[in-house]
Design a protein around this ligand. Structure first.
Ligand code: ZN
Ligand code: ZN
Length: 480
């Protein structure tokens, strides 16, 4: 493969292009993250002697867990999954919190509760389970048919129970499992919210789930509302789960709710669980032991914490494969070295400025939504400037999810390589590269799913899928 040759045309590494879809936000950088010394040597070793690297597996997993804890200020990556949607299944969350309660110091340090060698295993099981249900305020309904309370503007995942809440019919039509309880969290006052949470809890809700920036319209969860939801969760003994799949690293803090204006609200408790996504190399659930519910489990010693994590991870053969682990480690290291959270704030400001200049109408309040480097704009504006976005067919909003390298905050580079007429040469270089290897632009320019058309635009480096709405809209685009 003659990679160095290709690099002359489409400058690799710190380059910019009009792909602000970024795999639904799962690509944080165009730069290779495997280049840091520690990881590169492991990759090289892995290519020659896989078993030798596999023998370091636990060591690497501990290193990853420690680094994640530091980067995300006290959150542990306890549960790993192939896709974020797999991790926000109510039954998975229910099992996870039951395990966390059953292996907590409240049980293991208690003379009367802890497992005894001389009793029947069923008796231990019943006793520990009864304790956990009592602690969580659960009955059989919560165990057998657990569900979530979700904000009414949540994206409704891709499939499974949460898909019921989706506004896209393709998603809601394939929803399965108990319906989540949808609550309008933006407008409800404390009294209403409390009443709704209490009723939901009675019906089997175990947790409240929302995202800080709506995937629907880019609206941001306000700090006041965040504090209120936290308080209502605590009062009704509901777990608080924040989905940061899209917002981690991109919104001016490691997790968006760690921005100072949120951190100040109800600082006594954290969200119990955070859903993280593929951008950081693996998807899964991170846990805080200072959460609305988890705090009461009195995990203070790190050996107790690592033990419960170990118990949970032991339920699967290997929580994360070695190559993924190496990649996840190097992504976290890059996030520290390049300070992505801080960078994202600057990138967001510069891109908003560019949009104000190109489209003065975006200066009106509410015309641009989002937070930091999650930027939601009118889809027509995105189409007019030929930017590939994380977009859905029927949503009037397009989301720009730029890469977090410093070049994304370079106003000139943004004009020359993304938004302006001058981006023509960059687009053509990308087209030539694609033609050489038989590839096409990744995403449908109109609806954001995988592009399929061979008849894509070589001038703009844009393609489309075979949906007739997309075909028609694509052919209306004006070339650069
Ligand atoms: Zn399409
Ligand atoms: Zn074109």
């Amino acid at each position: 493969m003659s990679a160095p040759e290709a690099r002359n045309d489409v400058s690799a590494g710190d380059s910019l292009d009009h792909d602000m879809h970024s795999g639904w936000g799962s690509a944080y950088t165009n730069r290779s993250t495997v280049g840091d010394k520690e990881t590169l040597s492991l990759w090289q070793e892995y290519a020659i002697d896989k078993a030798a690297v596999d023998r370091k597996y636990q060591l690497l997993l501990h290193e990853y867990t420690d680094l994640f804890y530091k980067v995300f200020n006290g959150y542990y990556p306890i549960s790993m999954h192939a896709h974020a949607t797999d991790s926000i299944n109510p039954t998975t969350i229910a099992s996870l919190i039951l395990n966390t309660a059953a292996t907590s110091p409240l049980v293991l340090d208690s003379e009367s509760l802890r497992p005894k060698a001389d009793e029947k295993p069923e008796e231990t099981g019943m006793r520990v389970r009864d304790f956990a249900l009592n602690f969580l305020g659960w009955n059989e309904t919560h165990v057998l048919a657990p569900t979530f309370v979700v904000a009414d503007n949540i994206y409704g995942a891709g499939y499974g129970p949460l898909a019921h809440a989706s506004k896209e019919w393709e998603t809601s039509a394939i929803a399965a499992g108990p319906k989540p309880i949808v609550v309008n969290m933006r407008e409800a006052d404390e009294e209403t919210l409390n009443a709704q949470f209490a009723e939901a809890k009675m019906k089997g809700a175990i947790a409240v789930l929302f995202d800080m920036v709506s995937t629907e319209d880019g609206l941001v969860f306000t700090p006041e509302k965040f504090g209120l939801v936290k308080a209502c969760c605590a009062r009704n003994r509901l777990l608080l789960i924040v989905d940061e799949t899209m917002t981690a690293m991109r919104c001016g803090a490691p997790f968006a709710f760690q921005r100072s204006e949120y951190a100040r609200q109800g600082a006594e408790f954290q969200p119990d669980f955070v859903i993280f996504g593929k951008g950081i190399g693996v998807s899964g659930i991170a846990i805080s032991f200072g959460g609305v519910m988890t705090k009461g489990l009195t995990y203070t010693r790190s050996e107790d914490i690592l033990q419960t994590i170990r118990y949970w991870r032991a339920l699967v053969s290997r929580p994360i494969r070695t190559p993924n682990l190496l990649e996840a480690l190097s992504i976290l290291r890059a996030s520290v070295a390049e300070n992505w959270p801080e960078q994202s704030e600057r990138i967001g400001e510069v891109i908003r400025d560019v949009l104000h200049e190109l489209e003065p109408s975006t200066k009106e309040s509410g015309a641009i939504q989002g937070l930091g480097a999650v930027i939601a704009i009118d889809r027509d504006i995105a189409l007019r400037h030929r930017v590939m976005c994380a977009i859905r067919r029927r949503s009037p909003w397009a989301r720009l999810l730029p890469k977090l390298g410093s070049i994304s905050a370079d106003r000139d580079a943004l004009m020359k390589q993304v938004f302006g007429k001058e981006s023509k040469s960059q687009r053509q270089a990308l087209s030539q590269e694609a033609e050489r290897c038989g590839a096409i632009p990744l995403w449908c320019f109109i609806c954001g799913i995988e592009a399929t058309s061979e008849d894509w635009c070589r001038t703009c480096y844009l393609s489309y899928c075979n949906n007739e709405v997309c075909v028609a809209a694509f052919h209306r685009h004006a070339c650069v």
